[in-house]
Design a protein. Structure first.
Length: 153
């Protein structure tokens, strides 16, 4: 298979993905929290895939100038998003308490990462848009949720 044929397969996969996503998007308000999380992660994966396609087709006449490293980095992002998707929404055999526990840990880690970014911004004399105290309050709420979670107990 040549490069153009592979791009056509990728394009047809994107079209199908967009159709499925658009169908799901119409029912977003009716989704429970777990499915809203699925929706969000799938949207990120779909958007990243579309960006990869645009990168790969920017200079199809001269394939020597296609930015394959950017496409590879974005592909890795999709793989990491899929791992998150699986961990938080798809793994079979976990009960609701464990799923909630996983989500709380995931959210806690996200807040800790944002706090690290704020420290870095402040060290560089840049004022962040998010208040550190607000993140601390959110983290405290998550800690309470973790301690009260049946899976944790």
């Amino acid at each position: 298979m040549n490069y153009s044929e592979l791009l056509e397969i990728f394009k047809s996969s994107l079209i199908l993905t967009n159709q499925v996503f658009n169908f799901l998007h119409k029912t977003y308000e009716k989704l429970d929290d777990k499915n809203k999380l699925r929706h969000h992660i799938l949207y990120r994966m779909k958007s990243t895939s579309t960006t990869i396609f645009h990168i790969l087709t920017q200079n199809i006449a001269n394939q020597n100038f296609v930015d394959f490293s950017s496409a590879a980095i974005l592909t890795r992002s999709i793989i990491e998003s899929y791992k998150t998707f699986y961990y938080l929404t798809s793994e079979a055999g976990i009960d609701e308490a464990e799923l909630e526990f996983r989500y709380l840990i995931f959210e806690s880690y996200d807040i800790l990462e944002r706090q690290d970014m704020i420290r870095g911004l402040k060290a560089g004399q840049i004022e962040p848009m998010i208040d550190f105290k607000e993140l601390d309050e959110q983290l405290d709420e998550l800690k309470i949720g973790i301690k009260n979670n049946n899976f944790y107990k």
